[in-house]
Design a protein around this ligand. Structure first.
Ligand code: ADP
Length: 497
């Protein structure tokens, strides 16, 4: 098949979140499966400074934005370790900025113009480069206009008539909401500004637009696809998602095993794999734990349980559940903690205070460090992730790959990836971690206590749990096959219309 994938961020050119990882990894996997994939992203300053080869093309763009015509140009590169063409949509004024979407906590005021320009450029490029894609794979609100423009503006044109569209929702909380006046920027007729298509309580909603017009919709885990149909996690879009449920599905993200593999990882003290004696445990992992304790100035002890956390210090990640337990356990439970994160200043403050009180039981790094993230995944015994919601989540998969047992709330991608250590799952060697249902500190504490008990009292059983997680396949290959199926289904259903 010929696939065009449009994304507002792509690893290694520009990244603010998991979307970039998907857009960087999936096209390469699809190429391996024999598909021809072309990727489009904006030519941000960051993308041009990423140290990758980017060349100018002769293709120029003239795009209507409201009543004005804006000029741009296509730049070209290739996704590393592949033959996948990547086009960067260049418009100096829109994209040569310090950030992708905004600065100092405020979105850029012309984001509607910037991403309308991007969406229209992608569609014009189909004609200018004679791409003939079977399907355009859109991602998040920044590309939400593409399915609408395909259906409402380009549908009479034979070059576009048969192109199907899919929109992937990576996080429903970000919707691309703009004042009604911005409808004119999109160039779409005011008749589409209604509660079933582009309107959300009097405002323009670009994610809703994508959901309304795409031939298929998916999210990044099957459970999140179900959860977003309810009021609690639907972010106000549960109605349209229920209406389009026959077109909605979930596909788990994979992890990039070139970066995240304990057997080859260059950022960790020693490499290790799942080939170790279940009675004595992995010597390589024990060495990584030792180094992590030394580095964090914790008591060096191979038998004390070491709990790791890496992630944004945001409410979504369940810090309101973690903090009461951390406060209590630092005083009374024989366990160590290593925490890496950055975000909400209130959490920075609380964690700094706890670190000052308990420096030999809590290692704390407030900042972003890819290297330390790898070292925590390799050296910790447990990894805590009690998210309020989690579209997919990567850290729990990294943890299992690195023999670190995840303790998670059963939501979204966490529910789909971590198999709870019930008696039955332990007996048949399918268990990979500990999970709990209710979003309460008591729920987390029960799951965490259970994990500690098993670690302290049944090390052989624990080591088997570690092996169960390490031998699971989290590579992109499985996910890419599922996208392939979804593309095929979407193209066939479009051709039957
Ligand atoms: P989300 O995308 O919601 O932040 P995920 O678990 O899906 O959560 O992915 C987060 C990614 O960002 C992981 O690769 C994680 O290791 C990384 N990460 C988050 N915070 C930090 C940090 N402070 N330092 C290094 N890596 C981090």
């Amino acid at each position: 098949m010929k696939i065009l994938l449009a994304s507002s961020e792509v690893v290694p050119f520009a990244k603010t979140g998991g979307l970039a990882d998907v857009a960087g990894a999936l096209p390469r996997e699809l190429e391996k499966l024999g598909h021809e994939v072309t990727v489009f992203m904006p030519a941000y300053q960051a993308a041009l400074k990423a140290g990758l080869e980017v060349e100018k093309t002769a293709t120029t763009l003239e795009i209507p934005i409201g009543s004005e015509l804006e000029n741009g140009r296509l730049l070209k590169s290739t996704l590393p370790d592949s033959n996948v063409d990547l086009y960067l949509v260049d418009h100096t004024e829109y994209f040569q900025r310090d950030a992708l979407y905004g600065e100092q906590g405020s979105d850029y005021a012309d984001n509607c113009e910037r991403f309308t320009f991007f969406c229209r450029s992608v569609l014009e490029s189909v004609r200018l480069l004679d791409l003939q894609p079977d399907l355009i794979h859109c991602n998040d609100w920044q590309t939400g206009l593409i399915p609408a423009l395909l259906k409402c503006e380009y549908s009479e044109n034979p070059l576009y008539q048969d192109i199907a569209s899919l929109i992937t929702i990576h996080n429903l909380a970000y919707q691309g909401l703009f004042d009604y006046e911005k409808l004119a920027v999109s160039g779409l007729d005011a008749k589409y500004f209604n509660w079933q298509e582009m309107e959300f309580h009097g405002r323009l909603n670009l994610l809703k637009t994508g959901i309304a017009f795409a031939d298929s919709i998916n999210t990044v885990s099957p459970t999140y696809a179900v959860e977003i149909q309810g009021a609690e996690q639907g972010c106000g879009l549960e109605g349209i998602l229920q209406d389009r449920v026959d077109r909605l599905s979930g596909i788990l993200n994979g992890i990039d095993t070139a970066d995240w593999n304990p057997a080859t990882d260059k950022l960790i003290p020693t490499n290790f794999d799942a080939n170790f004696d279940v009675a004595s445990g992995s010597p390589g992992k024990a060495k990584c734990k030792h180094e992590l304790q030394v580095q964090n100035k914790l008591a060096v002890d191979p038998n004390v349980p070491l709990i790791g956390i890496v992630g944004r210090l945001a409410e979504q990640k369940g810090w309101s559940l973690i903090l009461p337990i951390l406060r209590q356990w630092l005083k009374s439970v024989d366990a160590q903690w290593v925490i890496l994160g950055t975000g909400d200043p209130d959490y920075h403050h609380v964690l700094t205070t706890l670190h000052r009180l308990h420096p030999n039981k809590l290692g704390l790094t407030l900042g972003f460090s890819n290297e330390l993230a790898h070292q925590i995944e390799a050296g910790a015994d447990m990894f805590v992730m009690p998210s309020r919601y989690e579209p997919c989540g990567l850290n729990q998969m990294y943890s299992m790959a690195y023999g670190t047992v995840p303790v998670v709330r059963r939501t979204g991608g966490l529910a789909d990836t971590v198999i709870n250590a019930t008696q039955e799952n332990l007996e048949n060697n399918t268990a990979t971690g500990f999970s709990f249902e209710e979003f309460t500190s008591a729920g987390l504490e029960a799951a965490l206590s259970k994990s500690l008990r098993m670690y302290n009292e049944d090390r052989k059983g624990w080591n088997q749990l570690v092996i169960n997680g390490m031998t699971k396949d989290w590579s992109w290959t499985t996910s890419a096959r599922k996208y392939e199926e979804l593309y095929k289904k979407t193209v066939v259903s479009k051709s039957l219309k």
